[in-house]
Design a protein around this ligand. Sequence first.
Ligand code: C2E
Ligand code: MG
Ligand code: MG
Ligand code: MG
Length: 286
Amino acid sequence: LERAKRQGRNIWQWYSSHKIEHSRNSVNLRHDLHAALNENQFEIYYQPLVDAVTGRMRSVEALVRWHHPARGMMISPGEFIPLAEQTGQIVPLGLWILRQACAEMADFNAHRERALPVAVNISSLQFIRDGFLDDVRRVLNETGIPPQLLELEVTESVLLDGTAPVIELMETLKTLGVRVALDDFGTGYSSLSYLRDLPVHKVKLDRSFVEKTATDQRVAAIVQGVITMAHHMDMIVVAEGIETREQQEDLARRHCDILQGYLFARPMPLAELKKLPDHLPVNTAK
Ligand code: C2E
Ligand code: MG
Ligand code: MG
Ligand code: MG
């Protein structure tokens, strides 16, 4: 009994110190986020999206990176975006990302024969906030990027505070020429009614589906169903997280339109994007 108690206590101590360490990290990161924008610690990486059949680059997704000076490495957006959402810093950060991605891609496209659209992830908080539409208009004006080359990626969580204002905003964006994509589709609940209600032009199937399509018949049935339904509603379907040739072939056979994943290219700095060929051969070495 004594031994079990001791062990139990050890486990508890390990657990609690682990937790404290974790929250201390969050506090520090939260603090560091404040300085990071002024000190130019963010950079936009770009990941190509390719035609599922031909492998031709069709657009890119902007993915923010944080070069944290003290940690000497990049911190993943999966870690700091939620923190920035909690503190409200996502608003200035999100605006910076939108402006930076549009400015860089306007410049990038000036040197290309065929212009590439850019997709920018928008946090729900940022999207439903008053003033977002004005921000988009201002960024379009300032950077000169044609609205048709800007796409906004939002997730189902934009609907948390109600559907009607979100639909209205999406319709207004549409009249501006800016398109909206529904990101991470299938990770939330009641996704099918969202698909019916939202004026989005593109659906991005979450990576968790792509991983299982080849091995799980039920997942494959859902994926096939979503692709067919989306096409009936004139939406384009993207599959995220394509890592293998099998996944590529499977999704292409199911008439998924666009693929994105490490098989083709990882997110990369603008300078590297500039060197890419128009068609991306699959990267089997990975
Ligand atoms: P997301 O928008 O769904 O972006 C796709 C994520 O999948 C990216 O992770 C990308 O690097 C990763 N990915 C792409 N292909 C593959 C693959 O083949 N295999 C695997 N395992 N992963 C792949 P990343 O860049 O770490 O971003 C994570 C999430 O953070 C994003 O998910 C998005 O929700 C958020 N995020 C990233 N950049 C921004 C941003 O600028 N603003 C906002 N609000 N959120 C962002
Ligand atoms: Mg995205
Ligand atoms: Mg996604
Ligand atoms: Mg995702």
